[in-house]
Design a protein around this ligand. Structure first.
Ligand SMILES: NC(=O)c1ccc[n+]([C@@H]2O[C@H](COP(=O)([O-])OP(=O)(O)OC[C@H]3O[C@@H](n4cnc5c(N)ncnc54)[C@H](O)[C@@H]3O)[C@@H](O)[C@H]2O)c1
Length: 362
């Protein structure tokens, strides 16, 4: 059994305990007590697939319940939010009860939003089960739901008290879930000056990574990188956090236009490739990011989205509605050189050219 990693990261008066490793779910009991009622929002898929491995949530404290949800992007809407709120009221969940989730980023985004808003905030425990949710969405406090065809347009900033990132969920799953999260790890390697670039460059393929000790190491490094960036700009106000959005302007447009048929991870890696072209066209890129990212993607068999199947004008319309649009310009953090990003007002015409070039070369 691989040694688990445990650390506490602080931001202002908030602190989150992270436990990462193989079969670390038993630590759930360290953070629950018999007198505390709990509600766990659990992905139906994960509940079925990991039957017998997941704890009996009903045993946490008297009246505790598990509520299973059909996950995926369709969960992140107002109807599901209302449904969960009703279940909480019906079961007399109190402000000092515990709320937790088990699932990927969609269950996390929804539960985080519920935790932040139910009775103005409850203690939140995160049990992310995809690599993407373990290295990205469970860190940094952002949560939210989609509305009017716009992703994450309703949401808050709210941190979990405990994050249990169990690699068993990953080693027992299909490679596609790993690939999605690797896209975000490639992003960290490009945007931050740490050793994560050399670490992932050393792996020869996906199977090199798919073991509990390598995953524990990569997840811990990623959590620290994201936490460090977020702590310097929690409310996304001074441009530091914006670098985490690398690939997301075009990526979100791809998720929207495909009606979420394209997974978040694949959309983001494709977005990184297109946004690298933008950086080159604007004369900002000093490194050949398109080649660097493509090489890493090939290594891990991650395929970019065939953007030629979508109308560029429709994608641009989605991008114009993005949270990063102001005064007719789109503010995008694009790469300068490895570990250095620059927040730029990008004219829509350049985005059109980059999308066109990328689509023609598919
Ligand atoms: N809040 C943030 O900071 C942040 C950051 C990045 C992404 N996100 C959000 O995260 C979401 C994407 O997260 P995701 O990729 O985890 O998607 P997801 O929650 O839709 O999970 C993907 C699929 O994997 C299944 N699944 C989950 N764990 C599994 C496991 N261990 N084995 C087998 N199947 C499993 C789920 O049932 C689902 O079908 C998007 O909505 C995105 O906007 C949020």
């Amino acid at each position: 059994m691989t040694e688990a990693e445990r650390f506490i990261l602080k931001r202002g008066e908030f602190e989150t305990t992270y436990i990462i490793g193989e079969k670390i779910l038993k630590h759930i009991w360290d953070y629950c007590n018999d007198n505390q009622k709990a509600i766990f929002i659990v992905s139906k898929n994960v509940d079925e697939k990991f039957q017998g491995y997941l704890p009996d949530f009903g045993k946490i404290g008297e009246g505790s319940i598990k509520f299973t949800v059909s996950d995926g992007e369709n969960l992140k809407n107002i109807k599901s939010y209302q449904k969960i709120m009703s279940v909480m009221l019906e079961n007399q969940i109190e402000k000092n009860s515990l709320i937790g989730y088990v699932g990927g980023g969609t269950v996390g985004d929804m539960t985080g939003f519920v935790a932040a808003t139910y009775k103005r905030g409850m203690k939140l425990m995160a049990i992310p089960t995809t690599l993407l949710s373990q290295v990205d969405s469970s860190i940094g406090g952002k949560n939210g739901i989609n509305y009017g065809g716009v992703k994450n347009v309703i949401g808050t900033f709210y941190e979990p008290s405990v994050v249990l990132a169990d690699t068993h969920f990953l080693t027992a799953s299909e490679d596609s879930y790993l690939k999605d999260g690797l896209g975000e790890i490639i992003k960290y390697a490009i945007i931050e000056k740490t050793d994560i670039f050399s670490v992932i460059s050393q792996f020869s393929d996906l199977h090199d990574i798919k073991n509990n000790s390598q995953l524990t190491r990569l997840i811990s490094k990623s959590i620290r990188i994201k936490h460090d960036i977020v702590s310097r700009d929690f409310y996304d106000q001074n441009g530091i956090r914006a670098k985490l959005n690398f690939g997301h302007t075009v990526g979100h447009a791809l998720e929207s236009i495909s009606k979420s048929a394209v997974s978040h991870g694949r959309a983001i890696v494709t977005g990184m490739l297109v946004e690298s072209l933008i950086s080159k066209k604007m004369g900002i890129a000093e490194d050949d990011f398109h080649s660097i990212i493509t090489e890493l993607m090939n290594k891990f068999s991650i395929k970019p989205v065939n953007t030629a199947q979508y109308s560029i004008e429709n994608m641009l319309n989605i991008i114009r509605n993005d949270k990063k649009a102001r005064d007719g310009k789109i503010y995008i953090s694009i790469p300068v050189k490895l570990g250095e990003m620059s927040l730029n007002a990008v004219p829509i015409e350049i985005i059109r050219e980059a999308l066109d070039e990328f689509s023609r070369n598919r």
